[in-house]
Write a protein that binds this ligand. Structure first.
Ligand code: PA5
Length: 458
């Protein structure tokens, strides 16, 4: 069953002057049509590769599945080395679709290697990883679109040295590089060493790459049905091709975000009511933050636009952040993620009926409780005049996750068009990357080094 998106709570009468009205959307039609046609043109010119990902050729899917099968047979550990768009998607999809305690399961229940996504270079984290894996039984999937990210390449150097010590010349059997098809030093190194590689299409940016081998290989290695992921994404791609704004989920969601942004809702809180979807909020935070947070519009004028992403978890954060969301500044749009059918049912046994606080719970399920708590939070927000909308997963499965990923990517593309900014670059991130190169003495960055050191001195 398909993903449903319920936008009623941005139009709800309880919101009073904080609500949108149907006319707001009707008045947005012209902007939508222009954005729709621009995006279609870019898609046809092959400028925006993520639009094409759900239609990945059969031979590429089969090659990913074949490699995944071999890894499942031969190795005990699979470690993703990457950061940003090269890590958040694999982690989000793994958490959504595998057992929440996957690595702790006995081998026969897991069916695949233990899985780690190492997206930070905290030395303590690397040291602790190396205590729990056996390098000679590990595949390291080095993922970097640019092939130049300092964090990922430093991790590569560390594991390469380790592998050479443990397995000698056969160290390349333990490496897989996922990178640009042509550009970057990782591609060159792969050629030199004969390392197995997968390609991230050159017209797909890091944070839009989950449906490339970046996300598909790690997913397949842990036993996720990647054909279903792609099928879900395809179904959503078709929905996002609809030419009527009210019927186009990505176009409509983006219009709602932009209209509310214009009315001061400069934060977007994503609050899944499912631990399985917790890291989807992390993945989305990068997508929204990095794509829409921009200084310049496409005409080169300073606009300083953005909607700050906030990650929350239902019900956990009801007991921390929801106070702020109901009574704090009127600057937030909330996006709930709801699950209709959890993959497990847990009954709350009836006992101690002499206590009112326990009596009403007994006989219900945790499923009923979590859904009731979501509805209750929704109610509290509406009463406090806070706009929100809900993405409803009939069930969290590869199909609905594929739909969800594509929906959010397409929504961000529409937001970029509506706001007249380039949603696909990240000059702010690049500046930090260059400063890191400079501080660590990379050749060619001497001038940048002087600039950074001067600022530090001042
Ligand atoms: O979306 C982006 O382009 C970035 O966030 C990248 O994903 C991130 O900086 C990592 O870059 P790379 O994949 O080139 O190592």
């Amino acid at each position: 069953m398909a993903l449903k998106i319920d936008f009623n709570n941005v139009f709800h009468p309880l919101l009073q002057n904080e609500k949108l009205v149907e006319r707001d959307i009707d008045n947005f039609e012209d902007k939508f049509t222009k954005a729709f046609l621009n995006l279609r043109e870019k898609k046809e010119k092959n400028e925006l590769g993520f639009f094409h990902l759900p239609y990945l050729p059969e031979e590429e899917v089969a090659e990913i599945e074949k490699t995944a099968r071999e890894i499942r047979e031969k190795f005990k550990y699979f470690v993703v080395l990457g950061i940003g768009g090269s890590a958040l998607g694999p982690l989000a999809v793994h958490t959504a679709l595998n057992n929440l305690r996957y690595n702790e399961l006995p081998e026969e229940l897991r069916g695949g290697p233990k899985f780690y996504v190492e997206d930070n270079i905290d030395p303590e984290r690397m040291a602790s990883l190396l205590k729990v894996i056996e390098p000679e039984k590990t595949v390291f999937n080095v993922i970097t679109k640019s092939g130049a990210t300092a964090e990922t390449l430093s991790q590569l150097l560390i594991v390469t040295e380790l592998l050479k010590k443990k397995v000698g010349e056969r160290f390349t059997d333990h490496l897989i590089f996922t990178t640009d098809p042509e550009k970057g030093n990782l591609r060159a190194l792969a050629r030199e060493l004969g390392v197995k590689t997968f390609a991230i299409p050159s017209n797909v940016g890091g944070r839009f790459s989950e449906l490339t081998p970046v996300g598909l290989l790690p997913a397949a290695v842990t036993g996720i049905n990647i054909r279903e992921l792609l099928a879900g994404a395809r179904e959503m791609a078709e929905r996002c091709e609809r030419e009527n704004l009210w019927e186009n989920p990505a176009g409509l969601a983006a219009a709602i975000h932009v209209l509310l942004l214009e009315r001061g809702k400069n934060m977007a809180v994503m609050m899944p009511y499912a631990d399985s979807l917790k890291y989807m909020a992390d993945w989305y935070a990068q997508l929204l933050g990095e794509s829409i947070g921009k200084r310049l519009n496409r005409r080169g004028e300073e606009v300083f636009v953005g909607q700050t992403p906030v990650k929350a978890l239902g019900v956990t954060d009801q007991h921390s952040q929801v106070q702020l969301y109901t009574e704090g500044p009127f600057d937030k749009l909330l996006i709930f993620l709801e699950v209709e059918r959890y993959r497990n049912t847990v009954v709350i046994p009836p006992d101690f009926p002499q206590y009112a606080e326990l009596k009403f719970l007994g006989g219900h399920t945790l499923n009923e409780l979590i859904i009731a708590e979501k509805k209750a939070t929704e109610f509290a927000l509406l009463k406090a005049r806070r706009p929100n909308y809900t993405v409803i997963f009939p069930e969290v499965n590869p199909y609905t996750v594929g739909e969800f990923l594509y929906f959010l990517e397409a929504k961000i593309a529409f937001m970029g068009e509506y706001l007249d900014i380039n949603a696909f670059d990240q000059p702010g991130v690049e500046e930090g990357k260059k400063a890191t190169y400079a501080l660590l003495g990379r050749e060619g960055f001497e001038e940048k080094r002087q600039e950074v050191l001067k600022v530090q001195k001042d």
